[in-house]
Write a protein that binds this ligand. Structure first.
Ligand code: PMP
Length: 285
């Protein structure tokens, strides 16, 4: 049996959930989205995700046809209709149907759709063993071109980096900004631990303002760890005691090898493990 998809104003069967070929979300990657977790039937950090969605939409001057409460109700209905207990929601707002030109204001109404499905995490053993990653040649979008804070439907920058990761036989790639500082991974934020201090690049270095990132920073501070947001170099990653990634789907996952350099003793370190556990036990109602 297929999924029930929220499309515009109601739930429809998966095979009825269709978007026009003239939708600028498809023609130009013009739109915004969120990836949100469901734990035990409850939607995690929905308010934060909706704030980010509306912020992204505002920056690209996209009017969302539903207000926050309507999106909350629609998300809950979609989760319930698909009996998702532990899963993932993809909430997408496209620019809508327009003509073949770029002008977004000729698109009369944005299209909202919501998919709730099971989540694709890394296999459990990778959380134990840690990931292998590579630095990629693809530079993270220049913030004066496409600010990486916009969670837009145009993910080609990240996809080019992901291709590099796959070609290198690794799961993730670390992306650097136009100045050579660490920006983020293709779908996750980056942290290191050095002498017990937790470091992560500032958002301005070229990353999405990750909701997991913010939660992990708070959790680390609660453990009395010092957390410093500063520009990080490739050297900083190579020389770190611990390296880990954070994201809605990945949660907190250790990295043990970057460009052939072994991090720590080759296993996820104690701070990574503690933060992973604290994140796992975070109140989720
Ligand atoms: N960076 C990018 C490019 C992402 O797509 C994501 C979300 N998958 C993240 C960082 C992590 O953000 P969040 O913790 O809000 O999922």
């Amino acid at each position: 049996m297929g999924l029930k998809i929220w499309l515009t104003d109601k739930l429809v069967d998966e095979d009825q959930a269709k978007i026009s070929v003239f939708d600028h979300g498809l023609l130009y990657g013009d739109g915004v989205f969120e990836g949100i977790r469901v734990y035990n039937g409850k939607i995690f950090k929905l308010a934060e995700h909706l704030d980010r969605l509306f912020q992204s939409a505002k920056v690209i001057r996209l009017v969302i046809s539903m207000d926050k409460q309507a999106l909350i109700d629609a998300s809950l209905k979609t989760v319930e209709a698909n009996n998702v207990l532990d899963g993932y929601i993809r909430l997408v707002v496209t620019r809508g149907i327009g003509d073949l030109g770029l002008n977004p204001f000729l698109c009369k109404q944005g299209c909202v759709f919501i998919i709730a499905d099971n989540v694709q995490l890394y296999p459990e053993e990778l959380y134990e063993k840690g990931l292998k990653v590579v630095s990629c040649v693809t530079v993270r979008n220049h913030p004066l071109a496409i600010p990486p804070q916009i969670k837009s439907l145009n993910y080609l920058n990240n996809i080019l980096a992901k291709i590099e990761a796959i070609d290198a036989g690794t799961s993730e790639a670390i992306m650097y900004n136009h100045l050579g500082y660490v920006a983020e991974a293709t779908g996750d934020n980056v942290f290191i631990v050095d002498n017990g201090v937790v470091y992560t690049p500032p958002i301005e270095a070229g990353s999405l303002g990750g909701i997991t990132r913010a939660t992990v920073i708070r959790l680390a501070k609660e453990q009395n760890s010092q957390v410093i947001e500063k520009d990080l170099t490739r050297f900083d990653l190579y020389a770190s005691d611990e390296l880990f990634l954070t994201g809605t789907a990945a949660e907190v996952i250790g990295v043990v090898n970057i460009d052939g350099r072994i991090i720590g003793d080759g296993k996820p370190g104690p701070v990574t493990k503690l933060l992973k556990e604290k994140f796992f036990n975070y109140p989720r109602s």
